[in-house]
Design a protein around this ligand. Structure first.
Ligand code: DC
Length: 234
């Protein structure tokens, strides 16, 4: 069972991904955290973001692990817990920059496929290219989106809760910059997979989105059961 959740930053992907993974007892993979871990490694190395070859080397040598339950997921970079450090806007921007490099994507996509394929009961993955590139055969694909203002408001609220210094205007500008880079890159840009269910979360609360997603999953399961019961039909 592979569930793909794609969409821009702040649309609710990770919260809903965790909720689904918990409910269905699946592994949860935050693929953005992997790009963020590479972004952090690049920032810490002092490498200029124009130096592609050096960034690729850093990605090749970075051992990235995601461990623990969905709610307490820890991100390890070369054995060090970087779960908090990777959440800054600076790291988010660098993650978006390194994610434009095809070789970096290749390394991380392979890692994501391995983890997803080996998850005993299946996996919920959230990112930008899960339904289009990482698992095009996913059992269910969701594309969560929301107006930039709604997403910025959420991110801004989270930043305030965590005591990070930010203004709403700054957060909105950063979201717009990251969106622009994520949709316009040549390799695996953020886009809606043909067979994805699109949910605009601007006016919905988490429960409502969760219920819509569960409803789609139940329908898929029942279609699958019907198909299995009539194996000779095309
Ligand atoms: O989901 P996030 O905000 O933590 O992701 C950080 C950046 O990583 C995002 O701006 C683009 C990149 N990313 C990607 O290119 N592909 C993914 N599957 C996940 C994230």
């Amino acid at each position: 069972m592979i569930i793909a959740i794609d969409g821009p930053s702040g649309a609710g992907k990770s919260t809903l991904g965790k909720m689904l993974a918990k409910k269905l007892n699946l592994l949860y993979l935050d693929t953005g955290a992997m790009y963020r871990a590479v972004g952090l490694a690049v920032l810490e190395s002092g490498t200029n973001n124009e130096k592609k070859e050096k960034i690729i080397k850093i990605a090749e040598n970075a051992k990235i692990e995601l461990i623990g339950e969905p709610d307490s997921l820890q991100v390890l970079l070369n054995g060090r817990d970087v779960s908090t450090e990777i959440r800054t806007n600076e790291v988010g921007q660098m993650a978006s920059i390194v994610s434009t490099i095809s070789q970096v994507r290749k390394i991380l996509v392979e890692h994501q496929r391995n983890l997803g394929e080996n998850a005993p009961k299946g996996c919920v993955l959230d990112g930008r290219d899960i339904g289009t590139v990482v698992f095009p055969q996913a059992n269910a694909k969701f594309f969560l989106t929301a107006k930039p203002e709604a997403r910025a408001q959420r991110r801004f609220g989270e930043d305030l809760d965590k005591g990070r210094a930010a203004t709403y205007e700054q957060t909105l500008a950063e979201i717009n910059l990251r969106d622009e880079r994520d949709v316009s890159r040549a390799d695996s840009p953020l886009m809606i997979a043909e067979d994805a269910v699109v949910i605009d979360t601007s006016e919905l609360d988490l429960r409502e989105v969760f219920e819509q997603m569960m409803c789609v999953l139940r329908e898929r399961q029942s279609d699958e059961r019907t198909r299995m019961a009539r194996p000779h039909e095309v």
